[in-house]
Design a protein around this ligand. Structure first.
Ligand code: AMP
Length: 280
């Protein structure tokens, strides 16, 4: 596995790989890798011979200094996971090479970023779109893999590459969960034993809503209220529960197949997001 640390090295590597006729897949991450990331790598390997994983804790996308300072860093383990997963190249740029002092550009997607995570975390999405644009430019992949876990992020990325004519196929990989349903997240290590137990209520609420949908209930107010009732006792601050169209993220009054139930809330000061796609 090649480890590269600058955008220039990555561009050169990507050029050579493309010349050899291999397809390239990019999996962007912030490290502290878990089974969710591993599954993205696995999906990437099904689409391309050469898989690049990037690890960069992107300060620009943190709207909260403490969240950035306490974000878990497990580099040695991450490198071992990438090696054992058959990753072709690992891109680990330093903060100063990604954002030298003179850096003054920001990539903004409007509309989709105004709601939900964008409304609650000002500046978050422009940090994400700026870094992902840099990662896509440097690695020039054929495909890029993102997790459904961050559904709005995927919708924003899909719009970004369409609007900027970036020639990359965007693939969304399913959310990987603990056995009890909690969506895996690098931030879960911050949950105390008690808040970890309370956090299960989120996926329980989402799956409850899915089963109501499957039983024929389509009214979104009813579905949202049932979701709220299932988890409200365990959530400190409920930020939003919304049912949206998967492309536009506009809220809908009647849920249909393919619509998405988005959730965000705080337990013990830790913000957790999750979602479920209504399916048959
Ligand atoms: P992060 O390192 O948290 O920024 O996430 C990097 C990528 O992994 C993003 O595309 C996330 O959506 C994805 N991801 C995070 N958690 C999961 C999960 N539990 N299942 C699938 N993908 C995930």
């Amino acid at each position: 596995m090649r480890i590269v640390e600058t955008a220039r090295e990555l561009s050169e590597l990507s050029y050579v790989v493309r010349q050899s006729g291999q397809k390239i897949a990019l999996v962007p991450t912030m490290g502290a890798l878990h089974e969710g990331h591993r599954s993205l790598i696995h999906v990437a390997q099904q689409h391309a011979e050469f898989v690049i994983v990037s690890i960069f804790v992107n300060r620009l996308q943190f709207n909260n200094e403490e969240d950035f300072e306490t974000y878990p860093v497990t580099l040695e383990d991450d490198i071992a996971i990438c090696r054992s997963s058959g990753v072709s190249a690992l891109y680990m740029p330093s903060s100063s090479s990604m954002y030298p002092e003179s850096f003054s550009t920001s990539v903004q997607v409007s509309g989709l970023t105004a709601r939900f995570e964008g409304a609650s975390r000002p500046g978050h999405f422009s940090g994400v779109t700026t870094v992902v644009t840099k990662l896509l430019t440097a690695s020039a992949p054929d495909i890029a893999i993102f997790g459904q876990k961050d559904f709005q992020q995927f919708a924003v990325m899909r719009k970004l590459v369409k609007d900027l004519d970036i020639p990359v196929d965007m693939v969304m990989a399913p959310t990987i969960r603990e056995e009890d349903g909690l969506a895996l997240s690098s931030r879960n290590v911050r949950l105390s034993k008690e808040s970890r137990q309370r956090a299960v209520s989120i996926s329980q609420a989402l799956f409850h809503s899915l089963s109501l949908f499957r039983s024929g209930i389509r009214d979104t107010q009813e579905l949202i209220e049932a979701t709220r009732q299932t988890c409200i006792g365990e959530i400190e601050n409920l930020d939003y529960i919304a049912i949206v169209d998967a492309q536009t993220l506009d809220t809908v009054s009647e849920a249909n197949l393919g619509d998405v139930l988005l959730f965000a809330g705080t337990i013990d000061g830790i913000r957790l997001i999750d979602n479920i796609i209504f399916s048959a």
